[in-house]
Design a protein around this ligand. Structure first.
Ligand code: ZN
Length: 460
């Protein structure tokens, strides 16, 4: 009965649509839901949200929307959709294989099914592309171009059968192109790393012809992951070239860990990107990865921050960058561990500082319910370390959201709750403790930081 009435609703939605209809409907059904809501975003702004009903269905009605790219989130996963005025787009998905199970129907289905097909094709092609990196530049380029051509041909064929707006076509093309071009930006790095003899392959200029068509100010794409990922890679590649010609590189460090490499990136972004949001996001990305991953000394960190200010003083993420910079300074050796709250298994708030004052030698480590393989590995590692270092207390901090019951997960693995805590404010904790990866451990002695960036697998 319910299924029947659901179909009627869809039929009506499709049938009732007409071109002067200003209403847009986004609705659907989620099999095996992982949260209770579906949230619709335009870029990073929430447009609307809906609760799942008892049959795991939802419906969102919008008036007079701007045609373009949206994304919907069913935590912890998300996917893009393309919406126009008058669309009545139905989605059906199973969270067990979120992207692969996505099927769109109703008015607006063609462009959306096409985009998801491109997305899945790109994933499928990854092993093939991996095998191409050993080829010479132009042979590689040809292979990548032919995969791209196959997709643009599919788009042309689709346009013969159904009507797709100019804007949607441009978007579909951008989606194909940027996810293809990123492979060419990766090529010099991956190719040279794979070469055995240690010589560097010269890349001919024509390899980069596609760069003439790059759009550094496309507001529609600013929050589209393939475009943004492409931009990050592009600036890595440009900075790498600047370094190769202008800098003396000591061979002891990975090139991306050098201050000058990161300064090149800031200058390149400044000279090429006009769109304010894209600029802000790319500048932020350089700062985040520099502060989070490089762990440079205080003098270098200061030089970086000054350069960041000079080029991006009105960055909308500036407060976050400052907090991170302050955090990095506070996490230097011999500083006291920051006073940040965690929650114990009884629900009490305790600060890390208080915990570190009760024991002499402590190692803090981190995990999340989202990543079950990491959970198993890290607790196996901690069990081993406990035997090697019986006088050290190992304290686990769960970075899970409410969706994952951290205590249940621990109990199911027979892990005592005694030295286990949950982050009170995950984002604050991550930024305060500079958590750049889940294998990071913080080594503390008598309440003072010994090493805030220890890899748990390198403790011995
Ligand atoms: Zn350099």
């Amino acid at each position: 009965m319910y299924k029947y009435s659901f179909c009627l609703v869809i039929l009506c939605l499709i049938g009732c649509n007409s071109s002067d209809n200003k209403t847009t409907i986004f609705a659907g059904e989620i099999v095996n839901p992982t949260s209770e809501t579906v949230i619709l975003y335009k870029d990073d702004i929430v447009v609307d949200s809906a609760q799942l009903d008892m049959h795991n269905r939802f419906s969102i009605t919008l008036n007079n929307i701007d045609e373009g790219l949206y994304n919907f989130r069913h935590a912890p996963q998300y996917q893009y959709i393309y919406l126009s005025k008058g669309d009545s787009l139905m989605v059906r998905l199973n969270t067990m294989s979120f992207d692969e199970s996505l099927v769109f129907s109703g008015h607006g289905e063609e462009i959306n099914n096409f985009l998801i097909e491109v997305f899945l094709n790109n994933e499928e092609e990854e092993p093939l592309i991996e095998s191409y990196y050993k080829l010479d530049p132009l042979a590689f380029s040809q292979k990548i171009d032919s995969l791209r051509k196959r997709k643009t041909n599919l788009l042309s064929e689709l346009k013969v059968d159904v009507e797709i707006s100019e804007k949607a076509t441009a978007f579909a093309n951008a989606s194909i192109n940027y996810s293809s071009y990123i492979n060419k930006e990766k090529y010099p790095f991956v190719h040279n790393k794979r070469k055995k003899e240690g010589t560097i392959t010269e890349i001919p200029e024509e390899f980069y012809t596609f760069r003439k068509g790059l759009d550094f100010d496309n507001k529609e794409l600013t929050y589209f992951t393939p475009y943004y990922d492409y931009m990050k890679r592009h600036f890595d590649n440009l900075a790498y070239n600047d370094c190769a010609t202008a800098c003396v590189n000591e061979g002891d460090r990975y090139i991306k860990d050098h201050l000058h490499f990161n300064l090149h990136k800031l200058k390149l972004i400044d000279s090429l990107v006009n769109g304010k949001k894209l600029r802000d996001n790319l500048f932020r990305n350089v700062a985040m990865s520099y502060f989070l991953k490089v762990h440079d000394n205080n003098d270098n960190n200061k030089v970086f921050l000054e350069s960041f200010h000079e080029l991006s003083s009105n960055n909308k993420h500036i407060a976050e960058i400052h907090d991170l910079y302050e955090g990095v300074i506070k996490m230097q050796p011999s500083h006291t561990i920051p006073e940040i709250d965690v929650i114990d298994s009884l629900g009490n708030k305790v600060s890390l500082k208080d915990i570190s004052n009760t024991k002499k030698d402590i190692v803090f480590y981190f995990w999340t319910g989202k990543n079950s393989r990491h959970f198993k590995n890290i607790h196996r590692r901690v069990a081993k370390l406990k035997m090697l270092k019986p006088n050290t207390t190992f304290i686990g901090i769960s970075l899970s959201t409410l969706e994952y019951d951290w205590k249940k997960i621990l109990k199911a693995s027979d892990i005592s709750l005694e030295n286990q805590y949950q982050a009170d404010d995950i984002k604050l904790l991550r930024n305060t403790l500079i958590i750049d990866g889940l294998n990071k451990a913080i080594v503390v002695n008598d309440g003072l930081i010994v090493d805030a960036y220890k890899n748990i697998y390198r403790i011995n």
